[in-house]
Design a protein around this ligand. Structure first.
Ligand SMILES: *Cc1c(COP(=O)(O)O)cnc(C)c1O
Length: 464
């Protein structure tokens, strides 16, 4: 299997190189040249498999011959053995044909563990085979950082540096990062905001000379392997409610468009999905594109669902590549214009987007109201991101005879504020995190200055 860039100019790569590369050299994102497809019979035959066994079936064609079967199987088994629920991604029934898919039983209590637990293992394996090392650098405003650190803490061939804005992430989120004391893990608290952190990362990727020959790798959702791992739970959820013999619908709390894009791919691969709902908070660029063909950057709004506070959804480019007939030049042109000004998609392209997705933007007040409403109806407590998903599911659900599954992307304990605003009591931390507030923290507080950050990294990397 080859991977090609959405902007048509970077070289084709195999899985192992895409895994380590992150962004393509032409500024585009890597996607598979051809998508594997599965027949209804084949999907139906997976009904009795464990989550890890199913993951192997879905992931194998993407990895192709880059990793030996036995190694891939072992890494997948180890990844999902870490999860605290025997079903890994259990479904909970909210009402008639209405479900939530709990994706928060991993180490950091958010769905990002599904991909990042695997990504750390895959990267480490490929680097070991090549006798190379890689430096992971990322910026986080919350969930990605802790999931990436958890995914890389045991890697022998990686150092990971995660920047977060000093005093601007929640205490639970900070402690989930800073209490990992592995000697390849470095937390940088930057005296700046999230955009400053992101800019540092971008500048460092653009000129890596400060690393004296070592290379940077990315763990954000532009990394193809993350999308790949997320396709699996669409299959597992559909099988659990009677697919592929009946269609299913999904509603997905969306920020960077990675998670919902995995759902779109599951559908292209043969899974009968009759509806995909994009649920956004007030940072609603995707809702504006889907409902009104308005692709313009808004102002960033801070909401009660911070993991979806995003101005531009980077993975949307992967979808645009498909609706523009995989024409890299057209995407290059579109993204160049979008850098400078609002853009509209060609009418026929936009029609395709509209046929693929429904969408809704949900404000903070409605988020809290939905948490309260669902708790009153069912006794089930939603986190704010999931609440946005459930609200959008209920508003956009076209056919009530089709099971509607909302992805529960985080555990409610991670985001106490909206739960309390909804008039409810925030739950206790689960047992494996119950002593989080007593654990020792380690972090470096650095000035908002590129040279200081790069100097810190250069002096702490392990050169093997
Ligand atoms: C990252 C995240 C999202 C958004 O997922 P994308 O793949 O960026 O669309 C939603 N909810 C939670 C809790 C997250 O951590």
């Amino acid at each position: 299997m080859n991977y090609i860039s959405t902007r048509g100019q970077a070289p084709k790569l195999k899985f192992a190189d895409v895994l380590l590369a992150g962004l393509a050299s032409d500024g585009g994102l890597y996607v598979p040249e051809t998508l594997p497809t599965f027949s209804q019979e084949e999907i139906a035959s997976w009904a009795g498999l464990s989550y890890a066994e199913l993951a192997y079936k879905v992931i194998k064609p993407f990895v192709d011959d880059c990793i030996q079967d036995a190694d891939l199987k072992r890494m997948i088994d180890e990844t999902y053995a870490v999860f605290k629920h025997s079903a890994v991604a259990p479904l909970k029934e909210l009402g008639s044909n209405e479900w939530v898919l709990e994706l928060f039983h991993g180490p950091t209590l958010a769905f990002k563990d599904f991909a990042l637990q695997l990504l750390g293992r895959l990267m480490d394996h490929v680097l070991a085979e090549r006798g190379e090392r890689l430096v992971i650098m990322g910026a986080t405003s919350g969930d990605t950082g802790s999931a990436a650190i958890e995914g890389c803490r045991h890697s022998e061939h990686l150092d990971i540096f995660i920047l977060h804005p000093h005093n601007r992430v929640s205490e639970v989120q900070r402690r989930q990062m800073t209490t990992i004391l592995a000697d390849n893990v470095f937390n940088i608290a930057l005296e700046g905001n999230f955009d400053d952190c992101q800019q540092m990362v971008k500048d460092s990727f653009a000129d890596q000379s400060f690393l004296n020959g070592l290379k940077l790798g990315a763990v954000n959702s532009i990394n193809w392997a993350r999308i790949m791992a997320q396709i699996v739970y669409y299959f597992s959820a559909a099988l659990a409610v009677g697919g592929p013999h009946r269609p299913v619908a999904f509603s997905v709390p969306t920020g960077n468009f990675g998670d919902i894009f995995a759902g779109y791919l599951a559908k292209q691969m043969g899974l009968p999905i009759s509806q995909l709902v994009v649920a956004t908070n007030r940072n609603d660029i995707l809702h504006r594109v889907i409902s009104g063909n308005d692709m313009s950057k808004g102002e960033l709004v801070h909401t009660l669902s911070p993991s979806m506070d995003i101005m531009v959804s980077s993975n949307f480019e992967r979808l645009l590549f498909d609706v523009y007939g995989r024409d890299g030049a057209a995407i290059r042109d579109l993204m160049d214009r979008f850098k400078k000004e609002p853009v509209h998609l060609e009418q026929s392209r936009w029609q395709q987007v509209r046929e693929l997705f429904d969408s809704l933007s949900v404000d903070d007040e409605t988020t809290c109201a939905t948490i309260a409403e669902v708790f009153a109806e069912t006794g089930y407590l939603l986190d704010p991101h999931t609440a946005i998903g459930v609200k959008a599911a209920r508003s956009c659900w076209r056919d009530k005879s089709v099971p509607m599954i909302t992805l529960a992307t985080a555990h409610p304990v991670k985001f106490p504020e909206p739960v309390v605003k909804a008039g409810l009591v925030s739950p206790q931390l689960p047992e494996h995190l119950s002593d989080l507030f007593e654990r020792e923290e380690r972090l470096a507080v650095l000035d908002n200055d590129l040279a200081s950050v790069q100097g810190f990294i250069a002096s702490h990397v392990h050169r093997g």
